[in-house]
Write a protein that binds this ligand. Structure first.
Ligand code: PLP
Length: 229
């Protein structure tokens, strides 16, 4: 089996090539290593190979790793990429730098309320269901532009962009990534402060090159780094 360090090196090269092909600066694409189901020792191995940003999907699993002595000295930047229920907001606040999977106005309102209570500020992304698959979370593209304006003025939280999980098929995925980018552009035209609305979290192990072609600013890669789950 390849080591985590060499996997990360290979992915960084693929990111660079995809950026060159797309005429983009590789500095504009952040690699988030998705460490769900992988233990703290493996996260530490990736960190020691130079990986700083990690994504977690499950609240309790994240909290266990967050508190693990193996990672105590590591200035990791954690992303929460799972489906976040309102009643779990409280336990991760202050520990993550970005929350990717907000798909309901009520969850954003809860986020705002808790951030205010803790006197913190939080950045988040809205999840959009671009594939239309019933099994996936996310606001429908049709509802996004009508629902988002009520979020712009919530205190202590800032909407930074959009996130999606695309179809398994890479051709379909590319269309969906393009759609997410178009949605972000539309959202920027109605946002009070478009300068903060810049992030597209899209692309995973099987389709991050297509996502980069379509403007991803963050890709979330798990199995290509850590192996199968
Ligand atoms: C698991 C997961 C990933 C990583 O998927 P891989 O195919 O293993 O790269 C990315 N994004 C989300 C939201 C996930 O849940």
């Amino acid at each position: 089996m390849e080591s985590i360090a060499s996997n990360i090196g290979a992915i960084r090269e693929q990111i660079n090539s995809a950026c060159i092909e797309a005429g983009r600066d590789p500095a504009g694409v952040r690699l988030i290593a998705v460490s769900k189901t992988k233990n703290a020792a493996l996260v530490r191995e990736a960190f020691d190979a130079g990986q700083i940003e990690f994504g977690e999907s499950y609240v309790q699993e994240f909290l266990d790793k967050y508190d693990d002595p193996l990672l105590e000295q590591c200035p990791i930047e954690w992303h929460f990429i799972g489906h976040l229920q309102s009643n779990k907001v409280r336990s991760i606040i202050g520990k993550v730098s970005l929350i990717h999977g907000i798909d309901k106005l009520s969850t954003a309102e809860e986020l705002s309320k808790r951030a205010l209570q803790h006197n913190l500020h939080l950045d988040y992304l809205l999840e959009v269901n671009t594939s239309g698959e019933a099994s996936k979370y996310g606001i429908s593209p049709d509802d996004l532009l009508s629902e988002a304006p009520s979020l712009f003025h919530l205190p202590n939280i800032t909407l930074r962009g959009l996130m999606t999980i695309a179809s398994y098929n890479r051709v379909a995925a590319r269309e969906e990534f393009r759609q997410l980018r178009t949605l972000l552009e539309s959202l920027r035209t109605i946002a009070p402060d478009p300068s903060r609305l810049t992030e597209l979290s899209m692309g995973m192990s099987g389709d991050f090159e297509e996502a980069i072609q379509e403007g991803a600013t963050m890709i979330r890669v798990g199995s290509a780094i850590f192996g199968w789950r």
